[in-house]
Structures are given as C-alpha cells and as structure tokens.
Design a protein around this ligand. Structure first.
Ligand SMILES: *Cc1c(COP(=O)(O)O)cnc(C)c1O
Length: 226
C-alpha cells in the first residue's frame, strides 16, 4: 500500500508539472493538497515518507485524531480543513488547521473569531463559493459571494488568502473554475483552491494554486467511521 501511495503521488506530481507547462505556469505556483479523509493514519504516513507535507481533511474530529500526533515527527506538515464546517467545531478547527478552506457564512465567521480567542491562533482562510448554487452544498451562494468576500476581508484582513469551489459533479467544471478565477482577480486574492482527482488539470489551466486530490493518491475511500 505504501509503495502504491508513493507511486500515485509521483504520478500526480508529474501530471501537475505537465499541466503547468502546458498552461505556461511555474510548477512551484501549484501546491498539492493530499486529501486523506476516511483513510487510516498509515496512509498519511506513507504519503509523508514519500515527501508529501500538505494534507486536507473534511472533518475536524477525524483530523484531530490523526494529525497532532504526526506533527511531532513531521513539524513542517500542513493541514487544511476542506469540508463544510459546523460552528461548534470552529474552535477545534482553529486549534489544528493551518488553513480553513470552507468559510462560507457570517455565523461561521463569528464562530471562528471566538475560536481564535480560545485557540490563540488564527489559521489562514479561504472563502468557499457555491459556484453551481447547489442547495445541498456548502459555500456562499454566487450572488452573495462578492459582498461576503469584502466583509470577510474587513474582518480577517490578510488572513483571507483566496477562494475555493467544488463544481457540480455533472457539469463541465471549466466555467466554474473561470468564475472563481475572475472573482479572485476582482478582490486581488492570490490563492485559488480548485480541482480534484477528476479535473485538477483543467483547474490548473484556469490558474488553480491549490489542487485537492484524494482518490488518485490514496485509492477509493473506505466508508466513514461514523
Ligand atoms: C474529498 C474531497 C476532495 C478529493 O476528492 P477526490 O475526487 O477523491 O480527489 C477534494 N475536495 C474536497 C472538498 C473534498 O471533500
């Protein structure tokens, strides 16, 4: 399993390099977030041994059960919370994450502000935009996004690094990536988190700086623990 993860990582890094070259971008402009949700700690360790340092987890509780221990051996490890975040998990998220990619509503901003006081640290933040306006999905609705980004910048300043989106599964992702890119340019934000296993090359062509890849590195996800 460990070899397979190392191989998969090498393949993905190579594909990222190729996509950057094709887009006329520097390879160093794109960082790979290895999404380890539902995978055991051994899988994360295999990726760490293969040189991967940046990870994404959806659930705060699961992240808290895996990563603080690993940080002791790998102090340069970085963790992003990428899933929809409940307000009652905001303090824990502030405690363990280097970046929260899923800021999407004022009540969560309030909870993060309180969490920062308790945790004594404020992770970097991305605003998640629901580019497809899908009712079941997290993310600020498209219409409200510009105003929410401005309010978030006023509130958190430079800690707001950029934007994140997850396009609808059954649509061409490119227009969604383009929409997010335009939005980030309007607000002068440097980080664009977009693209997953199936579409990260398309996202790189649209200026993604973070691609979140799970399945193509760790394989199919086991059922969640709870
Ligand atoms: C699970 C997940 C990913 C990874 O998806 P894959 O298709 O397995 O690469 C990326 N982003 C978010 C927000 C996720 O929840």
């Amino acid at each position: 399993m460990s070899d397979l993860i190392a191989q998969n990582l090498a393949t993905i890094r190579h594909r990222i390099a190729q996509a950057c070259e094709k887009a006329g971008r520097a390879e160093t402009d794109v960082s790979l977030v290895a999404v380890s949700k539902f995978h055991p700690i051994e899988s994360v360790e295999a990726a760490l041994k293969a040189g991967q340092r940046l990870f994404g987890e959806n659930r705060v509780q699961e992240a808290a059960s895996k990563f603080p221990e690993l940080r002791k051996s790998f102090p340069d490890l970085r963790l992003h919370i990428i899933g929809g975040l409940q307000t009652n998990k905001a303090t824990d998220a502030c405690q363990i994450a280097d970046m929260i990619e899923s800021l999407d509503r004022p009540s969560l901003s309030d909870a993060i502000e309180k969490g920062v006081q308790k945790a004594g640290r404020l992770p970097e933040l991305l605003v998640q935009v629901n580019t497809g306006d899908e009712p079941q999905k997290s993310g600020v609705p498209r219409e409200e996004a510009d105003a929410f980004i401005e309010a978030s910048l006023e509130r958190f300043g430079a800690k707001i690094r950029g934007l994140m989106c997850i396009p609808p599964e059954d649509e061409d992702p490119a227009p969604h990536f383009r929409l997010l890119r335009d939005m980030s340019e309007r607000h002068g934000l440097p980080v664009l988190s977009m693209g997953m296993s199936a579409d990260f090359e398309t996202a790189i062509a649209e200026n993604a700086t973070l691609v979140r890849v799970g399945t193509a590195i760790f394989g199919a996800r086991p059922a969640p623990q709870s």
